[in-house]
Write a protein that binds this ligand. Structure first.
Ligand code: FES
Length: 105
């Protein structure tokens, strides 16, 4: 399924500035959208370790999202935890087109 998240690339850049993580609700399902140095990533809203909301986390210079509860670090390309201590974080594909920004789920 392909769902329009934002009307333009400019709108998503304004809503999710580089270095930030925001909550995202799409069709009743919760996600986070993160803007790292490598671009925009949509992921599951909850940490796969113990379900902490990841929008309260941080991004680092290694393209990882850091969970605020136990500071596990998840790669934003693969979803893998840096020390393989829990399941992967589910990462979703997004497409930036001339008519909008789309989430593929
Ligand atoms: S709940 Fe996220 S690292 Fe433990």
């Amino acid at each position: 399924m392909r769902i329009k998240l934002f009307e333009s690339e400019q709108k998503v850049m304004e809503a999710v500035p580089i270095g930030t993580i925001k909550k995202l609700t799409v069709k009743g399902r919760q996600f986070v959208i993160a803007h790292s140095g490598k671009g925009l990533v949509v992921a599951d809203a909850l940490c796969p370790h113990m379900n902490e909301p990841l929008h309260k986390g941080k991004l680092n210079a290694f393209n990882q999202i850091i969970c605020p509860l136990h500071e596990y670090r998840f790669d934003l390309e693969t979803g893998a935890e840096s020390d393989d201590r829990c399941n992967r974080l589910q990462i979703f594909q997004i497409e930036i087109e001339s008519d909008g920004v789309y989430l593929i789920i």
